[in-house]
Design a protein around this ligand. Structure first.
Ligand SMILES: [Zn+2]
Length: 58
């Protein structure tokens, strides 16, 4: 079923234990990237939304 799928992080063969990744390392790496990206986007949106609101109110 998942014969053609590869690890999205490094392109290696997926390990059933760490789907959809090839290893715990790649799974952790993806989670870390996701959390970091989320943080950066959330902070960015918070700042620009705050500025927009202030400008519209004045
Ligand atoms: Zn991998």
């Amino acid at each position: 079923m998942s014969d053609n799928k590869k690890c999205p992080m490094c392109g290696k063969k997926i390990d059933e234990k760490f789907k959809p990744f090839c290893s715990k390392r790649c799974a952790d790496l993806d989670l870390y990237k996701w959390l970091n990206g989320n943080y950066a986007i959330a902070t960015d949106e918070f700042i620009s939304n705050d500025n927009d609101l202030n400008e519209e109110n004045q």
